[in-house]
Design a protein around this ligand. Structure first.
Ligand code: NDP
Length: 292
């Protein structure tokens, strides 16, 4: 039976470290979260982000806008937050209502405050191996892997999924760790065979239990990013499940993350970590306040 990673506990200790560092600073990092519309899942995510931001001692600025908000109004808010010295991180909760162009909104966020790591500027820095802000979920996966595996040099990593949000940045991070990285996607041939060669297997697909136990190399480390809502036979309600068939995979893997309780809790913890990073960089460059 695989060693099961407790992402909740890891995220808690990460947040405790962030809170201690925030308490030691001479200024208070601030995170602005923008929610447009009434998507129920987004509301829950934003409420959790706001609560956890306050819990680590940071300032939280919440902006809830109606679903009919125009592109111009949202862009104007982003520009205002870019210019606000009390705001060190800006997160626009995705998905946005259909009439808004998320790419243009993200592009308007100052790269220095882009704590979701989604601007082209931060993606480019990551691709070039330079310090920027890394998307939160991939960063969470990396922290879990580094904690368990330490040096990953020479390991074969297969990332299933190539989104800008998850698959591509995870692949870049693993490459920086000297892994030999393969990125798989919906057009990949012989996916089970490819996965069986992986020492590290990352599932970021969005298909419930697609990755089976016999796709996994014995002893491999399996990180399941997937969050899928499926009907629960027992209750008739829905339950969360990952992209990996957990019960059978846990019999083969050496280390595995569960869903829920694996990668999920790391995402907000890494958002806070990115906000702290952004705040320290911004404040280090800020001109000294004149003595009066
Ligand atoms: P996307 O839908 O943007 O990307 C999914 C990727 O999976 C695509 O690259 C797609 O390939 C690939 N794919 C789809 N079907 C197959 C298949 N049959 N075989 C191989 N590859 C396939 O999703 P995201 O990257 O945004 O998210 C992935 C999962 O992670 C989702 O379940 C999401 O809910 C979850 N997630 C979890 C987070 C967390 O905090 N834990 C945060 C963000 C996401 P192609 O490019 O060819 O279409």
């Amino acid at each position: 039976m695989a060693d099961i990673i407790d992402g909740k506990m890891f995220a808690e200790s990460l947040r405790a470290g962030i809170a201690a560092e925030v308490a030691s600073l001479s200024f208070r990092p601030g995170l602005a979260v923008v929610l447009v519309g009434d998507d129920p899942a987004s509301k829950v995510y934003v409420a959790n982000k706001v609560r956890q931001t306050a819990e680590v001692g940071m300032r939280s600025f919440e902006h809830r806008l109606p679903a009919e908000t125009t592109q111009e109004a949202l862009l104007a808010l982003v520009r205002k937050l870019n210019a606000d010295a009390a705001v060190h991180g800006i997160l626009v909760q995705l998905p946005l209502p259909g009439h808004l162009r998320a790419d243009a909104i993200i592009a308007a966020i100052s790269p220095q405050k882009d704590v979701d790591g989604l601007t082209v500027s931060n993606a480019g820095l990551l691709a070039n191996g330079l310090p920027g802000l890394v998307p939160c979920t991939p960063l969470g996966c990396l922290l879990l892997l580094r904690d368990r595996l330490g040096d990953m040099t020479g390991l074969n990593a297969v990332v299933v999924g190539r989104s800008n949000l998850v698959g591509k940045p995870i692949a870049q991070l693993l490459l920086q760790q000297n892994c030999t990285v393969t990125i798989a996607h919906s057009k990949t041939r012989n996916l089970p065979e490819l996965c069986r060669g992986a020492d590290i297997l990352i599932a970021a697909v969005g298909r419930a239990e697609m990755i089976k136990g016999d796709w996994i190399k014995p002893g491999a480390t399996v990180i399941d990013v997937g969050i899928n809502r499926v009907p629960a036979a027992e209750t008739g309600k829905t339950k969360l499940t990952g992209d990996v068939a957990f019960a059978e995979a846990a019999n083969v893997a050496g280390i595995i993350t569960p869903v829920p309780g694996g990668v999920g809790p790391m995402t907000i913890a890494c958002l806070l970590r990115n906000t702290l990073t952004a705040a320290k960089r911004i404040e280090a460059r800020a001109p000294a306040v004149a003595e009066v």
